[in-house]
Design a protein around this ligand. Structure first.
Ligand SMILES: Cc1cc2nc3c(=O)[nH]c(=O)nc-3n(C[C@H](O)[C@H](O)[C@H](O)COP(=O)(O)OP(=O)(O)OC[C@H]3O[C@@H](n4cnc5c(N)ncnc54)[C@H](O)[C@@H]3O)c2cc1C
Ligand code: SF4
Length: 313
C-alpha cells in the first residue's frame, strides 16, 4: 500500500472543500472496498477524508411520503429499518443478499453505490484494463467472460456493476443528493447517476471531482409484491451472476430492474409495460440487442427464467 495522509472531516462543507483542494484526495466511509483497492495499489489516494463524523446516518420520512437515507447509514441498519422492510421490501432484500453480516455492518449507502467493478482483470494489475489505466486496453475482451456484461458494453470495457443495493435503488427511482465544494447541491436521479463505459470506462458515475454524496431519497412507496432474486455460484458471500429486482402489483403490472448484466443497474421502461405478458416478453425487451459470448450467453436464459418465476409468484 502507498503512503497516505488521513483526516476526519467535521462538516459536509469541510469534507468537500478539503477533497477539492488536495490533489489525490478521496473520501472514505466503511472502507470495505476502497481499502482493498488501496492494498492492491489499484487506487492510490494521497489523502483520505473520513466522512464518518458528518452525521449523515439518519433515515427520515420526506414531506412527500418518501424516505431520505443518509449517505452514512450502514447497510445492516438500512436493511433492518422497519419502514424499509414494510414499504421498500425489495431494498431490504437486496441489501441482505449482498456481502456478509460483518461487511454490511461497515458498508454505507454511498459507499455501496460507489463500489467498483469485480471484473477479475481489473483486480489483476498484471492485466491490461482501461478502467484502471485509461488507454491500456481490456484483457477481458477475448478473455474469460462468464461474469461480464451482455448489454450496454463497449469496445473499451465489458465490466458489470456489482452492487445489489443499486439494483433495488434503480427499481425504486432513487435520487442521489450531493454537495459540491462550492456548496452547490445536486439531486441526481439514479437513472442519470451511472455511466455506460463508452470510451471512458474509468468513470463509473457522473459525480464531479470532490462531489460528496449526502443522502439517497426514495419516492413514496409503490405497494405491490417486492422481490429480489440473486442468482450466484454460492448461496452466500458471492456476487450476482444475474439479479432481478421487481415490484409486481396484484393486477400483474409492475416494474423490473436487473443486475449483473451491464455497467449499471439495468432498467428498460418498455419492459415494465410488458411485465403482464410474462417473463419472456419482458426479458426480450430488457435485453434487446444483447451481445453475448459463449461463456455468458446463459445470462439471457437466467434472467428470463428468474423473471418468469417472479411473475408467476
Ligand atoms: C468479500 C466481499 C464481498 C462482497 N459482496 C458483495 C455483494 O454480494 N453485493 C454487494 O452489493 N456488495 C458486496 N460487497 C461490496 C460491499 O458492499 C462494498 O464494499 C461496500 O458497500 C462499500 O461501502 P463502504 O462504505 O465500505 O465504501 P468505501 O470502501 O468506504 O468507499 C467506496 C467508494 O465510495 C466513495 N465514497 C464513500 N462515501 C462517499 C460519499 N459520501 N460521497 C462520495 N463518495 C463516497 C469512496 O471514496 C470510495 O471510492 C462485498 C465486499 C467484499 C469485500
Ligand atoms: S472489462 Fe473493464 S474492468 Fe474489466 S479488464 Fe476490461 S476495461 Fe478493465
Amino acid at each position: 500500500m502507498r503512503a497516505f495522509t488521513y483526516q476526519r472531516a467535521a462538516t459536509v462543507a469541510e469534507a468537500a472543500a478539503v477533497a477539492a483542494r488536495t490533489p489525490g484526495a478521496r473520501f472514505i466511509a466503511g472502507g470495505t472496498n476502497l481499502l482493498d483497492l488501496m492494498k492492491l495499489e489499484i487506487e492510490t489516494p494521497t489523502h483520505l477524508v473520513d466522512v464518518n463524523g458528518l452525521g449523515l446516518d439518519r433515515i427520515d420520512a420526506t414531506p412527500d411520503g418518501g424516505l431520505r437515507i443518509g449517505a452514512l447509514v450502514r447497510n445492516t441498519d438500512l436493511a433492518a429499518d422497519t419502514t424499509v422492510r414494510r414499504d421498500y421490501g425489495v431494498l431490504s432484500r437486496a441489501l441482505l443478499a449482498g456481502a456478509s453480516a460483518q461487511l454490511r455492518n461497515k458498508a454505507t449507502t454511498a459507499g455501496n453505490l460507489l463500489q467498483r467493478t469485480r471484473c477479475p482483470y481489473f483486480y489483476d494489475t498484471n492485466q491490461a484494463c482501461n478502467k484502471r489505466t485509461p488507454g491500456a486496453g481490456c484483457a477481458a475482451i477475448g478473455g474469460f467472460t462468464r461474469g461480464h456484461a451482455i448489454v450496454g458494453q463497449s469496445d473499451a470495457c465489458i465490466a458489470t456493476h456489482p452492487s445489489d443495493m443499486a439494483v433495488a435503488m434503480r427499481l425504486l427511482d432513487a435520487v442521489v443528493e450531493t454537495v459540491n465544494p462550492d456548496g452547490a447541491k445536486r439531486a441526481i436521479p439514479i437513472a442519470d447517476f451511472y455511466r455506460l463505459p463508452g470510451n471512458t470506462p474509468n468513470l463509473d458515475t457522473n459525480l464531479r471531482p470532490a462531489e460528496l454524496i449526502t443522502a439517497v431519497t426514495l419516492p413514496k412507496p409503490l405497494g405491490g409484491r417486492h422481490v429480489y432474486r440473486k442468482v450466484r455460484d454460492r448461496a452466500s458471500y458471492a456476487f450476482a451472476l444475474v439479479s432481478v429486482a421487481a415490484v409486481v402489483q396484484p393486477d400483474g403490472t409492475g416494474r423490473v430492474a436487473v443486475g449483473g448484466v451491464a455497467h449499471q443497474p439495468w432498467r428498460v421502461p418498455a419492459a415494465d409495460a410488458a411485465l403482464p405478458q410474462g417473463g419472456q416478453a419482458a426479458t426480450t425487451l430488457l435485453l434487446a440487442g444483447a451481445r453475448t459470448t459463449e461463456e455468458n450467453a446463459f445470462k439471457v436464459v437466467l434472467v428470463q427464467r428468474t423473471l418468469d418465476a417472479i411473475v408467476k409468484g
